[in-house]
Design a protein around this ligand. Structure first.
Ligand SMILES: NC(=O)C1=CN([C@@H]2O[C@H](COP(=O)(O)OP(=O)(O)OC[C@H]3O[C@@H](n4cnc5c(N)ncnc54)[C@H](OP(=O)(O)O)[C@@H]3O)[C@@H](O)[C@H]2O)C=CC1
Ligand SMILES: CC1=C(/C=C/C(C)=C/C=C/C(C)=C/C=O)C(C)(C)CCC1
Length: 317
């Protein structure tokens, strides 16, 4: 249970990756300012978290079951918290989906929206009314750079994050009136199980319904380029946890928080040309013309990233 003066932080999806590192970093806060309720849908997957939490487990970190796709699970978890009091809600749980649209069953696409979009809304609906009553609280949503700029063959995943961004843009304004803060964390590639699952998925996906050219572009052009991008630009889950801790501790937290300065030009490009042509053609060029020549546009990406743009991200350091 939280001690007086401690902030109660509830995080979804703590069995691996970003959620796990966020939970541990906040639980290990030197000043013991947080009591972390680290949640996961299947407690059989708790060992990595418990090991990383070390002696904070049972003190500043406790575990709870929560599946963001189930109303009862969300309600049960929040009801089990003293006075249902959550100071900081971190919506981290999420799943990816890559591949040619024509080869993915609608049911699989719905699962992505059910988790990444409705899962977050389900959490917010359960926690936000108490925050509004108390006139205080902070809701954090782990979005993605793909919530701002689509990436080829990530159509449905990007759409789920775009949807979340739109939802949050609307809600942030209302919440301001209730002294409740809403912040988006927008990482680029991060080395977690997400990446491993993506590689696995691509290898296994037979792409029924997609023509041979499309399958070739997906497997032999997109995938190697995407792996290069992960290799060259990938952050660690600790980087994202540090950025998020900074956002929680800021006196006036920003609404949007890109974690990787190397992605700032990509987002800037979108706003620099309202017709959208610049982004579409630049992505086309980077993937199909520069990809095989120089292992995608790493040089271009770095060239595009100047110091002044770096200041527009929340650096982990
Ligand atoms: N890695 C990356 O490159 C990036 C990731 N992100 C976002 O970061 C967030 C965390 O992903 P990351 O740590 O990388 O990936 P991981 O796959 O390592 O972690 C995802 C977590 O979400 C959990 N989860 C999935 N479905 C549910 C559910 N229905 N209810 C509760 N928990 C669930 C998983 O639990 P289980 O173990 O049970 O499957 C797991 O703990 C996601 O929202 C993702 O979209 C954003 C930008 C880049
Ligand atoms: C930038 C870029 C590419 C890939 C970007 C990737 C792969 C981003 C992944 C982001 C993730 C994983 C976000 C998670 O939410 C391409 C298309 C290879 C080539 C063109 C430039």
């Amino acid at each position: 249970m939280a001690s007086p003066g401690q902030k109660v932080v509830l995080i979804t999806g703590c069995s691996s990756g970003i959620g796990l590192r966020m939970a541990v970093m906040l639980a290990k806060d030197e000043k013991k300012r947080y009591h972390v309720i680290a949640t996961m849908r299947d407690l059989k997957r708790k060992d990595k978290l418990v090991e990383a939490a070390g002696e904070t487990y049972g003190k500043t970190l406790s575990l709870a079951v929560l599946d963001v796709c189930t109303d009862e699970s969300v309600k049960q978890c929040i009801d089990s918290i003293k006075d249902r009091h959550v100071d900081v809600l971190i919506n981290n749980a999420g799943i990816g989906l890559v591949g040619p649209v024509e080869s993915i069953p609608i049911e699989e696409m719905k699962k992505v929206f059910e988790t990444n979009f409705f899962g977050v809304i389900r959490m917010i609906k359960e926690v936000m009314p108490d925050m509004k009553k108390r006139r205080g609280g902070h809701i954090i949503v782990v979005s993605s750079v793909m919530g701002l700029q689509g990436v080829v063959f990530n159509d449905v995943y990007a759409a789920s994050k775009f949807a979340m961004e739109g939802f949050c843009e609307c809600l942030a304004v209302q919440l301001l009136k209730f002294n409740v803060t809403l912040s988006l964390i927008e990482p680029g590639p991060v080395h977690t199980e997400f990446e491993a699952k993506m590689i696995q998925e691509v290898k296994q996906r037979e792409c029924p319904g997609a023509d041979p050219d499309t399958v070739h572009y997906f497997k032999n052009v997109y995938l190697p380029s995407s792996l290069d991008i992960f290799e060259a630009l990938g952050q660690t889950p600790d980087d994202i946890a540090k950025c998020t801790k900074k956002v929680i501790e800021a006196s006036s937290p920003r609404f949007r928080n890109l974690t990787n300065p190397l992605y700032t030009p990509i987002v800037a490009m979108k706003y620099a040309d309202e017709t959208g042509g610049l982004s579409v053609h630049a992505f086309y060029h980077m993937l199909f013309n520069m990809g095989s020549l120089m292992h995608v546009s790493m040089t271009a990406m770095k060239y595009l990233t100047c110091g002044c743009l770096r200041s527009r991200t929340v650096s982990p350091n």
